[in-house]
Design a protein around this ligand. Structure first.
Ligand code: SF4
Ligand code: SF4
Length: 401
């Protein structure tokens, strides 16, 4: 690939003709060991090495936006994820292991293996099941031969050898509570984040178990096994946002991602474009309201502007500084969703919002108007966490910055 190829890919990406621009000479599959949540436990060069997000709770509990109940619920909201998803981490990723409950070949019910005669019908039913298990949208992607978006290693540094039979990944989106998100970076927002991760673990666990009961292999995962955002993009569920997260055409960024890798034959979806990348080039709202300045406010780049192992060069995108983001979470004594909160795509459903999305998709020339209006209407402003707890009509309370 020469510089002309890069230029062509850049153009196609920003104009929404391709879902992402990948320079295959530079890009290589990423190791989960380099994800910030792994590095915090092994990388002594990381500024927050060995530090827990919860370490300042005693000091913060009585401050505005924090509370005893808030911390209790925030921690509890992760309970299902932390029990179930840790189990997922133990999966073997070779051909099969009957000894391992998460990878098996045989239908467990005694019924014969399910024969997928009509793959489209099977896919429709799997998607419907995903909704029943808690997803607001479901898509299917195929794993490419080079496994670009499958992790090369797991958190413990062990090589991931995904069976070549596991050609498909079912991607499920789990919606977060928009009104709780509005209190970010304070505790109610963290509760909906943990809750969504727990529901993601539940949904992927149930989906994988269903597929195993049909006699096929299935590996459930939330953040493990592969890069959720590009897999969701491939599965036709949205576009890359400036802040590195998925933008869904209806739910914006108020979503978390669950995945199931499987050999059950399915019909893959195609990536979609609805003008989000183009909108991000002008908007920059997440970069402006990021308290740790971890989001780039320039054009996308091929290399990370920050020297951190948590970024993987060779993709033309907006890189995010996960090191400073995580450091803010520690100082804030809980996680942060400011970039999700302020994103103009993160809005509750409504006719007016649908109309604006139509214009963003079809008439990008008007994008500046929507960005201005978004500010004028006060969307994405932080709401007081205390009012979230005390008022049934907190939605109408005075907003604060
Ligand atoms: S989560 Fe918060 S600190 Fe991290 S990038 Fe988003 S806005 Fe910035
Ligand atoms: S806030 Fe604006 S720039 Fe950031 S992801 Fe959302 S649309 Fe893109």
């Amino acid at each position: 690939m020469d510089s002309n190829d890069r230029e062509r890919l850049k153009r196609d990406f920003v104009n929404g003709r391709i879902p992402f621009a990948l320079d295959k000479r530079v890009y290589h599959p990423f190791s989960e060991r380099d994800v910030i949540f792994s590095r915090v436990w092994w990388d002594k060069s990381f500024l927050a090495f060995g530090r827990r997000i919860s370490e300042r709770e005693i000091e913060m509990v009585d401050r505005k936006g924090y509370s005893r109940i808030g911390y209790a619920a925030s921690s509890a909201s992760w309970m299902v994820h932390n029990n179930l998803a840790r189990e997922f981490q133990r999966v073997k990723t070779g051909n099969s292991s009957v000894a391992n409950p998460y990878v098996q070949d045989q239908a467990s019910s005694g019924l014969p293996k399910y024969e997928s005669v009509d793959v489209n019908l099977t896919t429709d039913r799997i998607k419907r099941l995903g909704q029943i298990f808690g997803a607001c949208d479901v898509g299917v992607a195929t794993i490419d031969a080079e496994e670009h978006f499958v992790y090369s290693h797991n958190r413990r540094g062990e090589r991931i050898n995904l069976s070549k039979r596991m050609k498909y990944v079912i991607v499920m989106l789990i919606q977060m509570d928009y009104y709780a998100l509005l209190t970010s970076p304070r505790l109610p927002a963290s509760i909906t984040v943990g809750n969504a991760y727990s529901r993601a673990a539940f949904a992927s666990g149930c989906m994988a178990e269903t597929i195993r009961n049909l006699g096929y292999q299935a590996i459930p995962s939330v953040n493990s096994m592969g890069l959720s955002v590009p897999l969701a993009v491939l599965a036709g569920l949205g576009e890359f946002g400036r802040n590195g997260l998925l933008i869904h055409p209806k739910f914006g960024q108020a979503i978390r991602i669950a995945k199931v890798f499987t050999d059950l034959p399915l019909t893959p979806d195609s990536p979609i474009t609805f003008g989000a990348v183009n909108f991000c080039r002008l908007c920059k709202k997440c970069a402006k309201f990021c308290p740790s300045r971890s989001i780039s406010d320039g054009e996308p780049t091929w290399e990370s502007p920050w020297d951190t192992p948590s970024n993987n060069n060779g993709v033309y995108k907006w890189y995010v500084n996960a090191d400073t983001c995580y450091d803010f979470w520690i100082r804030n004594s809980t996680d942060c969703s400011n970039c999700i909160r302020v994103c103009p795509f993160t809005k509750p459903p409504g006719l007016l919002h649908d109309v604006v999305r139509f214009f963003i998709r079809n008439f990008p020339i008007l994008n500046r108007i929507w960005i201005k209006l978004d500010y004028l209407m006060g969307y994405g402003k932080s709401k007081e966490a205390d009012k979230f707890w005390t008022s049934e009509t907190y939605l109408n309370e005075k907003v604060t910055r």
